[in-house]
Structure formats: C-alpha cells, structure tokens
Design a binder for this molecule. Structure first.
Ligand code: FAD
Length: 390
C-alpha cells in the first residue's frame, strides 16, 4: 500500500477526479490542486462509452451511473435537410454488453462530475480549491508546486490533469501551444417541454452536411436535449470554455436545416449557447519527465468527434492506479513508465482518429457522411482498462 507516497494531482476535471479516486481506493495518499473556487463542470452533455463505464463500474459507481441514464437505445445519422435516416443502429443494454462488455450512456457532464465528487474522500487537505498552479519544478527528492495564491507545496509524484492548456506540459515538455483545428463548436441545452414535437428517435443522432454537422441527444431522462453544432471555420480563433454566442449566430449557419434542428436552436435560452474554437496539440512521444506525468487532455487534447476525450482520461486514470498498485509505493518510476507504455499508443490513436472523424462527418462525399458515429473505431470501444495487461 502506498500510504507514504504523496501523489499530487493538478486539476479536478473528469480525468483528475477519476485518477484521485482510483488511487485513493488503492490506499495512496493524494492531494488535488484545483484552480477553481468550487468543484464542478461547465458544459452540457457527454457520451460515457462502454470503456469509460468499465472504469466507473470498477470504482463502484455503476449504480449511480445507471440512475443517471439507461443505455443508449439507438443512434443514427440523418440527412441534414430531410431528416431521412442514412444510418440507424439499434443496440440497447443487451447489445452493448454483448458487443462491448458494458453499456454506453448519454449524461449531463455536471451529473457525472457530481458522481465523482461524492466518491472522492477529501480527507485532511486532500482537496485544495483556489489553487492555481503557477510554477512546477523537481529535484532528486520531490516536486515543488507553486500557486498563484502564494502557497507552495511538495509531493513525491505529480500527475498533471490540467487540461488542454496545461501549464505543466508547457513548462516541462517539448510542446507547441494549442492550435486551432479549423472547427468551431456551439453547444446548448434545451428544455424538452419547449420542443415537444422534436423526434428523439434515434436517441443519439447526427445530421451531417459538407463542412457542418449537428448532433443532439436527450439527457436527464429526457427532460433536456443537449446539442452540439459544428462548422469548419478557418480563421476563427477564440478557445474558451466560457464564450457564448447569440442564437442568431448559429441560426445564420443552420437556418435551412431540418425543422427539428432549427427548433432546438431557437429554444436555446438567451446567453446559454456556448461556443468553442476547437483546439488541439500534436501528440507527444512521452508523457513523463522525472516524477511528473501528464494525464487526460494535458497529455492528449483531442477533438470531440469520437466523443472520447473524457473516456481516454478515465482509462488513463484507471491504468495509472493499477500501475502504482502493481509497482508498489517505493517504485513510482516503474509505475509511471508502465502507465505511459500501456496508454500512449491507444490515446494517440484516438487523438488522430478523432480529427479524421470530424472530416468524415463533414466530408464533401455523402457516402462518408452517412457512416456510423463509431466508424473505423468500433473494435476500440471494447477496451477494458481494468483488465488489459500493464
Ligand atoms: C465540445 C466538446 C464536446 C465533448 N464531448 C465529449 C464526449 O461526448 N465524450 C468524451 O469522452 N469527451 C468529450 N469531450 C472531451 C472532454 O470534455 C475532455 O477530453 C475532458 O473534459 C478532459 O478531462 P481532463 O480532466 O483531462 O481536463 P479538463 O476537463 O479540461 O479539466 C482540467 C482541470 O484542470 C483545472 N486546471 C487547469 N489549469 C490549472 C492550473 N494551472 N492549476 C490548477 N488547476 C488547473 C481546470 O480548472 C479543470 O478543472 C468534449 C470536448 C468538447 C470541447
């Protein structure tokens, strides 16, 4: 057991929280440093695929996840103007379990984060909010963390889960700054009662066209509809989790689309349509330097077109904890190396495939646009971070 090793986790997003719980459950002492004043998640819906479901289930959270949503019953690709089904897959719980060993769910990000918050034990000062990391350095004995609130702390090992704009990556790894991918995303949540006539069959659907797409699915047991609209917009360039767009901006892009698409957009509450210029960075050759490792978006900030960024972060977290357990508290070097070896190939594969998937969704070729959401990566969804060799 690892009681004497202090593992610092920078960032309490979905990756950092999952890593902290998985390590705690194996007896390791963790401290999370989060810049925000409160825990929580910004954003709307999220796909929790079978790979992520297995990680959550191993943390003892399957009942809580089941209370959030049933397995996605069907998914499809629709023509952006007529709504004609170009592709339709019925799976449901039985189909998912048979094919992938666990179900896929569509949930509200805040609800998923809440499930993780409840599972984390903030013993002592294991959770430090208002701790924005401003500097990090290491020597033979420890890692020193400096925060913009003036505090300093020391850990034996640090796992950087500080997202796309990771200061740890920028400080210690050979990396370029985040680059605009050429895709913009708008996201919103709409009350189902505002759009009672919108069809929810398929449960998850994407309307696709050249250079644009619109995906929507219900969350919170159908009381809300989450959507994400994308367009290729070279030259556009503001990355932020907090930017918002006026509804006229998305309607300007999608006003001649299917009635359901336009109705959902029109029902977005004022000031509640979020806009991202999707950024990414090139895959790294290594995620470790000395006593410090990257995890989640800090390691592999991918575009959202396979709905896998958080899933990859959760897989990283489960494998990391298994590696620390297998190597023992005194052998953190071995644990970090095993972690990187087990994870970097798979995560980088999704990193590259996700951007390609965006190009396929929004291809000029209608046959590309009609492909299943999981096209090209179907087998990957069966991955089990709890049992793969490490
Ligand atoms: C439009 C869109 C849709 C998406 N849809 C999906 C989906 O359906 N399924 C899916 O799996 N993924 C999806 N993703 C990807 C997913 O959101 C990310 O991959 C995931 O949130 C990464 O988690 P993380 O914990 O690594 O990083 P983040 O969620 O970015 O968390 C980083 C944390 O670190 C904190 N932090 C940052 N800097 C510092 C600092 N200096 N000091 C202290 N704390 C700091 C932040 O406040 C934050 O809490 C989507 C992404 C986008 C943009």
């Amino acid at each position: 057991m690892g009681q004497h090793l202090k593992i610092g986790i920078v960032g309490a997003g979905l990756g950092g929280m999952t890593a902290a719980i998985a390590l705690q459950q194996r007896g390791f002492s963790v401290a999370i440093y989060e810049q925000a004043a409160d825990l929580g998640e910004i954003g709307a819906g999220i796909t929790v695929g079978p790979n992520a479901a297995k990680v959550l289930s191993a943390l003892g959270l399957e009942d809580e996840m089941a209370a959030l949503a049933d397995a996605t019953p069907h998914s499809g690709i629709l023509d952006h103007k007529t709504g004609e089904r170009l592709n339709y897959t019925v799976r449901g719980a039985e189909g998912f379990i048979k094919e992938y060993g666990a179900v896929s769910r569509l949930v509200h990000r805040a609800d998923l984060h809440n499930v993780l918050e409840r599972a984390f034990k903030p013993e002592g000062d294991a959770l430090r909010l208002n701790h924005e990391l401003s500097g990090i350095a290491q020597d033979n004995d420890r890692v020193t963390l400096e925060f913009s609130n003036g505090q300093t702390d020391h850990c034996d090992v640090v796992i950087a889960c500080d997202g796309l704009k990771s200061i740890v990556r920028d400080t210690l790894f050979p990396t370029e700054p985040p680059e605009f991918t050429g895709f913009v995303a708008w996201r919103g949540l709409v009350e189902r009662s505002q759009v009672p006539n919108v069809s929810l069959d398929p449960h998850f659907c994407a309307y696709t066209a050249e250079d644009k797409m619109f995906a929507r699915y219900p969350v919170r047991h159908g009381s809300l509809i989450n959507y994400i609209a994308n367009a290729r917009k070279p030259g556009f360039d503001t990355e932020s989790w907090k930017a918002t767009a006026d509804i006229s901006e998305i309607l300007g892009e999608f006003d001649d689309w299917h009635d359901d698409v336009v109705s959902i957009m029109r029902a977005t509450p004022n000031g509640k349509c979020a806009r991202w210029a999707l950024h990414s960075r090139k895959p790294l050759k290594s995620w470790i330097t000395g006593r410090i490792a990257l995890l989640g978006d800090a390691a592999h900030p991918m575009t959202p077109f396979h709905g896998m960024g958080a899933g990859m972060a959760m897989e990283d977290a489960a494998i990391l904890a298994r590696c620390f357990e297998a190597s023992g508290a005194n052998n953190w070097k071995d644990a970090l190396q095993r972690y990187e070896q087990a994870r970097i190939g798979r995560a980088n594969k999704y990193h590259v495939a996700s951007l390609k998937r965006g190009m396929t969704y929004m291809s000029a070729d209608p046959a590309d646009r009609a492909q299943k959401p999981s096209a090209g990566m179907e087998k990957e969804a069966a991955y089990d971070a709890i049992s793969v060799p490490i």
